[in-house]
Design a protein around this ligand. Structure first.
Ligand SMILES: Cc1ncc(COP(=O)(O)O)c(C=O)c1O
Length: 401
């Protein structure tokens, strides 16, 4: 019998998309659904981005583009990096891809042999595990529990690094927790990393401009410049600029790594669409009012969400300072029954199913992120839906016994 490659037995469709699809199906049946599931920013880029695309269409050359990305885009990205404090990069260090997910996929391909270990904190963004499994890497999870604000300690990192992973992957601000490591915390981790020269470090920091409470973005190399030879910075237009469907991601890396990703690009995508590249230049170099205003809006939405969560007895939720997620520990609900429907809640999946079916609110079970005591709330829905959605969650809790 004809069969698929073995790696496909390890490949799974996205768990987040499964929840989003279920919510969509219920909505299509006419149910009143509020979706806190998928991590989309839910706004559109400024008009200058659309104007740049129109202009690019007028000047289409009809040719393939660069496997790395056009110079204007590489330069725009270098400038963006300088603005967030990452200086000293040249075009040879930069490479583009079809979103950060594709860039990460390429990096895993480029850096990990089958059987090599990649270490990263849990809760994690789901695709880290999925891609690592496809490329046949071993995964070493470093627990970052709610009690420790979903952040790993230098001691934990030291222990993980002593196990000699080929790659350490770090995500700051975090999806799914929204937590942000401050400068002192990043420095303390950088001081550990610098002692282990045989490990590549990927910093997936695509929410680097979505920060609240005056917190500033920092990267390991700002504290330990020697790490520049091993740190790969990943970024994307998706969240900051309201452009998830446009598919444009970046890496800034030591030249050999950037070149490896360019080679992979040359063998599959060839280049990101030239229209999207033009949009990327406009987004990065044009007016920043839309992303800045949206960031402030997310900050006040975070406040509203936290106010409701803090009012629910038994729910523990570290206060996020970035991205647009909160990740409450809802394990106080386990072992209880939802009165009106009689549904028993044994775990996070039961919780999300019962919440969706009884209250029409879609959240993602924490097990999708390796943290089954929690759920993820993505709070980018239209503002008028936010308070009612959170009230429904509070009401759901009040009906458990
Ligand atoms: C932490 C993190 N990294 C990468 C990605 C992928 O982003 P992109 O849309 O650029 O592929 C996401 C998207 O949810 C994310 O949350």
């Amino acid at each position: 019998m004809l069969d698929l490659a073995q790696r496909m037995s390890r490949a799974k469709p996205s768990a987040i998309m499964a929840v989003a699809n279920k919510a969509k199906a219920l909505k299509a049946q006419g149910k009143d659904i509020i979706s806190f599931s998928i991590g989309v920013p839910n706004f559109l880029p400024g008009p200058h981005v659309y104007a740049a695309v129109e202009e690019a269409l007028k000047h289409d050359t009809g040719q393939y583009g660069s496997n790395r990305g056009p110079d204007a885009l590489l330069d725009a990205f270098i400038k963006h990096m300088e603005q967030i404090g990452l200086t000293g990069y040249g075009r040879e260090n930069i490479v583009t891809g079809d979103g950060a997910k594709h860039v990460l996929y390429n990096l895993f391909e480029a850096l990990l042999n089958e059987g090599d270990t990649i270490a990263f904190p849990v809760p994690y963004w789901t695709s880290y595990v999925d891609i690592a499994e496809i490329v046949g890497a071993e995964i070493d999870l470093i627990p970052a529990l709610a009690e420790q604000n979903y952040k790993i300690t230098p001691q934990q990192l030291e222990e993980a690094m002593a196990r000699k992973p080929k790659v350490f992957l770090f995500n700051n601000p975090s999806n799914p927790t929204g937590m942000v490591y401050g400068p002192d915390e990043v420095k303390a981790l950088a001081d550990v990393l610098v002692k282990y020269p045989d490990t590549w470090i990927i910093t997936d920091d695509i929410y680097n401009r979505m920060l609240f409470d005056g917190v500033e973005y920092t990267n390991f190399i700002m504290h330990q410049p020697a790490l520049r030879d091993r740190v790969i910075f990943v970024d994307s237009l998706s969240k900051t600029y309201g452009m998830p469907g446009w598919r444009l991601g970046f890496a800034a890396a030591p030249t050999a790594v950037a070149n490896a990703v360019v080679t992979l690009n040359s063998n599959h995508i060839t280049n990101v669409s030239e229209m999207v590249n033009a949009a990327g230049v406009a987004a990065l170099t044009g007016p920043q009012d839309v992303p800045e205003q949206k960031c402030r809006e997310f900050e006040s939405k975070r406040d509203l969400v936290m106010d409701v969560l803090n009012s629910i007895e038994g729910v523990v939720c570290p206060r996020p300072q970035g991205a647009f997620y909160v990740f409450p520990d809802i394990s106080c609900a386990f072992g209880k029954t939802h009165g009106p429907t009689g549904q028993a809640i044994a775990n996070d999946v039961d919780f999300c199913n019962a919440l969706l079916e009884s209250k029409g609110v879609a959240c993602v079970p924490g097990s999708a992120f390796g943290a089954p005591r929690s759920i993820r709330i993505s709070y980018t829905c239209p503002t008028p839906q936010l308070q009612p959605g959170m009230d429904r969650i509070a009401s759901f809790f009040s009906e458990l016994s």
